[in-house]
Design a protein around this ligand. Structure first.
Ligand SMILES: *[C@@H]1O[C@H](CO)[C@@H](O)[C@H](O)[C@H]1NC(C)=O
Ligand SMILES: *[C@@H]1O[C@H](CO)[C@@H](O)[C@H](O)[C@H]1NC(C)=O
Ligand SMILES: *[C@@H]1O[C@H](CO)[C@@H](O)[C@H](O)[C@H]1NC(C)=O
Ligand SMILES: *[C@@H]1O[C@H](CO)[C@@H](O)[C@H](O)[C@H]1NC(C)=O
Ligand SMILES: *[C@@H]1O[C@H](CO)[C@@H](O)[C@H](O)[C@H]1NC(C)=O
Ligand SMILES: *[C@@H]1O[C@H](CO)[C@@H](O)[C@H](O)[C@H]1NC(C)=O
Ligand SMILES: *[C@@H]1O[C@H](CO)[C@@H](O)[C@H](O)[C@H]1NC(C)=O
Length: 405
């Protein structure tokens, strides 16, 4: 009996703690057409190079002083090889991509294998597989294989946009923006087993299966331990503007993709790209139709998804790509303004990560001006330079990381 007052005290402190938590909880942003203007960071050093086509994906090679870019001109894709030994890159050569076996002539997201030997370029049913050494030397036999359905209906899409490889490059997870019938069906993640090259046999992949997610599945990212794949869908259903972030189990994806979803959560309007902190704890996404950068607690995405949102940062208009800089103390978002909103600008928002996670409204340090429709990033091996593809200006912009605020 004598213990009751203590019990009541304990109970009321729990209630107070809970309500304090609720007050501080981060709320998911609404949809927004035009983001407020930000301060321009004119001290940041950048330089641009024009390229023959609209650049989509970028990746530095493991080989020093080289980067790859996917280029599109009148619906025809090509691979551009860049010499990055100087701050302003130069174009070494472009390589045509055969449309064979892939039902597409475009070249979209670009992914380097973990061992650096292969480059995958998302397109159509799957991807082109490029031998990086041959691409650098300008060898005509650069495309060494494809990921395609090969007449098998286990994989479903024909609108591949990004590829993520498993930790040892044995499986490819291809985000299909739309499923089999353009615009009518859900997007999905197609899973391919990637075959190692032997002799002259082309590297190719065996379709394993697919997992249907929401509509317009675009960005995917692997956890650092390789066990989890995160995927975003722009809309969770056709009549709802909110997108979704899905948590997928990699071991299950390899054998039974349809059973691989562990959890999902709504994720602002039109989420399109994902990055994961190197400790695996924080998942960052761009919510393109909210003009927000969102952070999620990865362990809560498993245990308590509806309370996993950690931070919501207003950035510029229609953010697409995002990347860490300066040892993950900064994030840059590629604010694409891809819908050409009146009074909106494109640029790169520079976000202070610590301030963002503390809920500060001063987390955005300003905007770096860019060309039109900045889309995707890549960071050099020495972390000193970031390249961004300005899709609608047909240029690549180099950013000197040491000049970032
Ligand atoms: C890149 O340019 C530098 C300087 O001009 C040159 O030394 C180097 O060989 C070039 N790299 C390639 C891969 O061609
Ligand atoms: C395309 O398919 C044909 C027939 O299935 C095959 O012989 C060829 O190697 C494939 N090409 C590539 C680049 O995978
Ligand atoms: C897909 O393949 C399975 C098994 O081979 C077959 O039963 C099914 O009819 C096929 N579906 C379509 C839509 O072709
Ligand atoms: C989560 O996944 C379930 C099962 O596929 C689906 O019914 C639901 O709509 C998804 N939620 C969101 C927000 O996409
Ligand atoms: C994330 O969630 C875990 C488990 O709920 C918790 O221990 C951790 O403190 C959370 N991290 C942050 C940054 O809130
Ligand atoms: C990067 O940040 C981590 C943790 O914040 C720190 O331990 C590490 O020393 C930093 N590395 C560099 C190169 O600054
Ligand atoms: C654009 O900005 C101008 C000047 O601030 C303002 O007068 C105009 O209404 C804005 N237009 C739209 C469509 O927001």
């Amino acid at each position: 009996m004598g213990r009751h007052p203590f019990f009541c005290l304990w109970l009321s402190s729990v209630i107070i703690t809970t309500s304090t938590y609720l007050v501080q909880a981060v709320s998911e942003p609404q949809c927004q057409k035009v983001a407020p203007q930000q301060k321009i960071l004119d001290q940041v050093r950048t330089a641009t190079i024009s390229v023959p086509g609209a650049p989509f994906g970028l990746a530095y090679a493991k080989q020093k002083g080289v980067a790859f870019v996917s280029l599109n001109s009148k619906g025809i894709g090509a691979l551009g090889v860049l010499n990055t030994s100087t701050f302003i890159p130069s174009l070494l050569h472009t390589i045509a991509l055969p449309s064979a076996n892939i039902s597409s002539t475009e070249a979209l997201g670009v992914t380097l294998s973990h061992n650096g030997r292969l480059l995958l370029i998302a397109a159509g049913e799957g991807a082109f597989i490029i031998d990086t050494a041959k691409a650098i030397s300008g060898d005509s036999d650069t495309v060494v294989g494809t990921l395609s359905h090969m007449g098998n209906n286990a994989t479903a899409g024909n609108a591949a946009i990004e590829v993520t490889l498993s930790l040892h490059d044995q499986y490819a997870f291809v985000s299909q923006e739309y499923g089999p019938v353009l615009g009518k069906t859900r997007g999905n993640v197609d899973v391919f087993k990637v075959h190692e090259p032997t002799g002259h046999i082309l590297i190719s992949g065996t379709p394993v299966g697919h997992l249907d997610l929401g509509y317009a599945v675009v960005g995917t990212a692997l956890s650092p331990d390789g066990r989890t794949l995160y995927a975003v869908s722009e809309q969770s259903s056709l009549d709802k503007p909110r997108g979704a972030l899905s948590v997928l189990d990699v071991e299950t994806l390899k054998t039974n993709p349809r059973a691989a979803q562990i959890s999902n959560v709504t994720a602002g309007c039109g989420p399109v790209r994902i990055i994961v902190s190197s400790d695996g704890n924080t998942i960052w996404i761009t919510a393109r139709e909210s003009n927000y950068l969102l952070a999620y607690n990865s362990s809560k995405l498993f245990t308590d998804p509806s309370n996993a949102l950690l931070a919501a940062v207003q950035v510029g208009t229609a953010p697409v790509g995002l990347t860490f800089a300066r040892n993950e103390s900064r994030i840059l978002t590629a604010d694409s303004n891809r819908f050409d909103r009146v009074n909106a600008t494109s640029g790169l928002s520079v976000v202070d990560v610590e301030a963002a996670l503390k809920g500060s409204n001063q987390a955005v340090l300003g905007r770096i001006p860019t060309g039109l429709f900045p889309r995707e990033f890549t960071v050099s091996g020495d972390k000193r330079t970031i390249l961004v593809a300005d899709f609608n200006s047909q240029q690549i912009q180099a950013v000197d990381v040491s000049s970032l605020p």
